[in-house]
Design a protein around this ligand. Structure first.
Ligand code: NAP
Length: 246
């Protein structure tokens, strides 16, 4: 049985992706931030994964921490034998205009959104290279492609993820490892629930489909990218934004 890890999978897009991968037949590692509430939510996600007849575990780990990621990957490899899919989904926002953004706001977002991708790809990448197979999907954002006022830190982290995706695709391609990114637009999740009505309306006015996306619409594309149908797709950034920009 193939194994999938999704980081930050206790809610939102990550929870939906890991459940979709369970439905697709993967054994599942539900990573979550190591807080009591995240662990509780992750246990519920795990139970939903198991309802598809696969093995699932919750693994709390702050993915911004290098050593903790190394241990998590080692433990998962020991328990499951292989790591076939990695979805780097964990992310945070700490929005503010550049003029008012603090160093703490900048560093926190870079640590969770960007460094975590290095931490996970470094360790999972070496497992996949030795296996000579594997699929990685990184969660970028339209903010990393086009920029977004108030998200200097977030846009920086997501643009970096695009560069990391393309570089890793070039480094790992000959070892049978595909690395792609998805760049969601405005998706309804706890992360976007914090936006003001003014921010929401501004987003809607530039979306061709005139609606927000759903978590299932992200999970469906990830499911395709890790499937055999996408075996010759690597180093790509698939925008899932309802036509935010064309
Ligand atoms: P979300 O609902 O806030 O979920 C993100 C998850 O990541 C949360 O469960 C969060 O836990 C977890 N997380 C945060 N820091 C972590 C850490 N250090 N270690 C482990 N887990 C951690 O956000 P979402 O909307 O589902 O977003 C998922 C991904 O899609 C993110 O990378 C985001 O940037 C990207 N994205 C989202 C949208 C959108 O419109 N929603 C658009 C473009 C891209 P806590 O709740 O404890 O922080």
């Amino acid at each position: 049985m193939a194994t999938a890890i999704v980081t930050g999978a206790s809610q939102g897009i990550g929870a939906c992706i890991i459940k979709r991968l369970a439905k697709d037949g993967y054994d599942c590692v539900v990573n979550c931030y190591p807080s009591d509430s995240d662990k509780e939510n992750a246990e519920a996600v795990k139970a939903e994964c198991e309802s598809f007849g696969v093995k699932a575990i919750v693994y709390p780990c702050d993915v911004s921490k290098y050593d903790d990621c190394e241990k998590m990957v080692k433990d998962i490899k020991a328990e499951f034998g292989s790591i076939d899919v990695l979805v780097n989904n964990a992310g945070i926002t700490k929005d503010g205009l550049l003029a008012r953004m603090s160093e703490e706001q900048y560093d926190a977002v870079i640590a969770v959104n960007q460094k975590s991708v290095f931490n996970m790809m470094k360790h999972v990448g070496s497992v996949m290279m030795r296996q000579r197979s594997g699929k990685v999907v990184n969660l970028a954002s339209v903010a990393g492609v086009y920029g977004n006022p108030g998200q200097f830190n977030y846009s920086a982290s997501k643009a970096a993820i695009i560069g990391m995706t393309k570089t890793a695709a070039k480094e790992l391609g000959s070892r049978g490892v595909n690395v792609n990114a998805v760049a969601p637009g405005f998706i309804k999740t706890p992360m976007t629930d914090t936006l003001t009505d003014e921010q929401r309306n501004a987003m809607l006015s530039v979306i061709a489909m005139k609606r927000y996306g759903t978590v299932d619409e992200i999970a469906g594309v990830v499911s395709f990218l890790v499937s055999d149908d996408a075996s010759y797709v690597t180093g790509q950034v698939i925008e899932i934004s309802g036509g935010l920009s064309m």
